[in-house]
Design a protein around this ligand. Sequence first.
Ligand code: PMP
Length: 408
Amino acid sequence: NATLDVQAIRERFPILHQEVNGKPLVYFDNAATNQKPDTVIESLDNYYRKDNSNIHRGAHTLADRATAEYEDTRKALKDFVNANEAEEIIFTRGTTEGINLVVQTYGRMVLAQGDEVIISAMEHHSNIVPWQMLCEERGAILKVIPITDEGEIIMEEYLKLLSPKTKIVATCHASNALGTVNPVEEIIAHAHKAGAKVLIDGAQSCAHLPLDVQALDVDFFVGSAHKMYGPTGTGFLYGKRELLEAMPPFMGGGEMIKEVTFEKTTYNDIPYKFEPGTPNIGDVIAFKKAVDFINETGKETIAAHEEALLAYATEKISAIKGVTIVGQATHKVGVLSFVIDNLHHFDVGMMLDAKGVAVRTGHHCTQPLMARFGLEGTVRASFAVYNTKDEVDTLIEGVERLAKLANR
Ligand code: PMP
């Protein structure tokens, strides 16, 4: 593994160089959204200064340029997840839209009364609610894989849930609230044996874990650009060609058609069938710069750096009296969730913010998971490539001070 020059990386993130409440900003809310390197910001600026134009309806130079760049991002994502073809990458607004797209098209196509969908106990609301809505509509049943106290899926329980009634299994690759990395390869293989298709929510894995949709043999995989050092408002869905081709469109409109008469419309080929209307062109183009940034820095290098920060923070914070870490899986991404005895997580967040430290507090859009642990919420610090050991020390000092105050 190449070692990371964190200071050189930090130079490329303008937002990090500011004070908050009179203290240097320590940004540990990366699981919510991470910050953007210079190349992403410059791409957005460049697009609106030089290339802004509507795509796929060319006839002039700017439109051709914007179209080529937009499609370049698709190719970059194809390589990033190792899809077989670029047409298997659909641009979305993000993970949430990707999941809803699959629910409303593939889900509606296959789910009948009495059928079952399996999710896990650690899902984000965006991988719960859309399935619940569909199951309600279809008279289908939503089943939940239980987890251990450490925050790991109980594989034997999952196997018990699988049956010929299972049509879809949907789980996260990594949990945003606990950091747990799920054994998705195993989950997918078992689902396929039962005849079910699998959607993996990659929101928390795209920027941290190696991805190979073909090796995983996953049917659908979704992610958000804004959690990959890219812009908000865009993301992607990977789907296997034969599934995407069999699925009905998600939304109707321009661009997704071959021919329209008032009697009948024929639909465009994939990926355009799923991209109606003028898309988020500028952000999609800048998304490529984010993918380039991850590739150039190196996934393994990034992962090793974040793992080291997590290991250090875990060791120090778990040693503080009155502090409990929530989620102690063997394999984790750089997410550290914790609670302090006698202190509300909101107050911890506010007091850390006063020291310039940005963490997330609350239920992290995983209310059923919080209920599993008998909690309303946690404090969550999540790490990215530009974070340093010194910053972790600032967090540790803050938590030590607060835990001491609350537990004298
Ligand atoms: N799933 C997981 C695991 C997440 O962490 C998030 C974002 N917190 C989402 C889904 C939703 O992503 P987005 O808000 O970008 O659509």
